[in-house]
Design a protein around this ligand. Structure first.
Ligand SMILES: Cc1cc2nc3c(=O)[nH]c(=O)nc-3n(C[C@H](O)[C@H](O)[C@H](O)COP(=O)(O)O)c2cc1C
Length: 173
C-alpha cells in the first residue's frame, strides 16, 4: 500500500488530499501532513504521492521546507512517486504551482521514478510555471482559488493515469 504526504498553509491541501486518497483508495491507505511524518514513513512505501500548495513566490509550504533536508536521507530508487500541487493561476500567474518542481527535482535526484508526469496544461491560463516540462505539468495541478468546481474531475483523470503507470514495469515508462 502507498501513502500520500502533503504540505499545507491554510488547509486547502488537506481537504484535496482526502479526495485524492479516496480516488486511489486501492493504492493509498493514508493521507498525512508532512509535519507528522518521518523519513522512515516515506522509506516504508514503494508508492508515494507527494504534494502541497505553492507559497511565497514559487516556494514550498513551511512544513515541506522543514522536511526537505530529510529527503536527502531517503533512497528513492525503486519507488514510484506521483506529485500534485495547488496554486492560484490568476494571483500568481508567473509562478503557478511552481513548488511542485522542487519536490520533482529532489525525488529524481534521489533516484525515484515520477509517474503521471505528463499531464495536460489545457484548461489553465497562466504565464509561467516551473512545474511545466516539455509543455506538460509534472503532476496533478489544482486551483482551489479559481476553479474549485474542476477539482473532482481533474483528480479522476490524473488518478486513472496513476493507476495505469504504477503497474508498468520499471524501465518502460
Ligand atoms: C502569500 C501567498 C503566496 C502564494 N504564492 C503562490 C505562488 O507562488 N504560486 C501559486 O500558484 N499559488 C500561490 N499561492 C496560492 C496558494 O497556493 C493557494 O491559495 C492554495 O490553495 C493554498 O493551499 P493551502 O491552504 O493548502 O496552503 C499563494 C497564496 C498566498 C496566500
Amino acid at each position: 500500500m502507498g501513502k500520500l504526504f502533503y504540505g499545507t498553509m491554510t488547509g486547502n491541501t488537506a481537504i484535496v488530499a482526502e479526495g485524492i486518497q479516496s480516488a486511489l483508495a486501492e493504492l493509498v491507505d493514508e493521507a498525512r501532513c508532512i509535519d507528522r511524518a518521518s523519513a522512515e514513513d516515506l522509506r516504508a512505501c514503494d508508492f508515494l504521492i507527494l504534494g502541497g500548495s505553492t507559497w511565497g513566490d514559487g516556494e514550498l509550504t513551511d512544513d515541506w521546507v522543514d522536511f526537505l533536508p530529510q529527503l536527502d536521507n531517503i533512497d528513492f530508487s525503486g519507488k514510484r512517486v506521483a506529485l500534485f500541487g495547488l496554486g492560484d493561476q490568476v494571483g500568481y500567474t508567473y509562478n503557478f504551482v511552481s513548488a511542485m518542481r522542487i519536490l520533482y527535482d529532489k525525488v529524481k535526484e534521489r533516484g525515484g521514478t515520477i509517474i503521471a508526469d505528463r499531464m495536460p496544461t489545457a484548461g489553465f491560463d497562466f504565464a509561467h510555471s516551473e512545474s511545466v516540462i516539455d509543455g506538460h505539468f509534472i503532476g496533478l495541478v489544482l486551483d482551489e482559488a479559481n476553479e474549485p468546481d474542476l477539482t473532482a474531475e481533474r483528480i479522476v483523470a490524473w488518478a486513472e493515469v496513476v493507476r495505469q503507470q504504477v503497474k508498468v514495469p520499471a524501465g518502460t515508462l
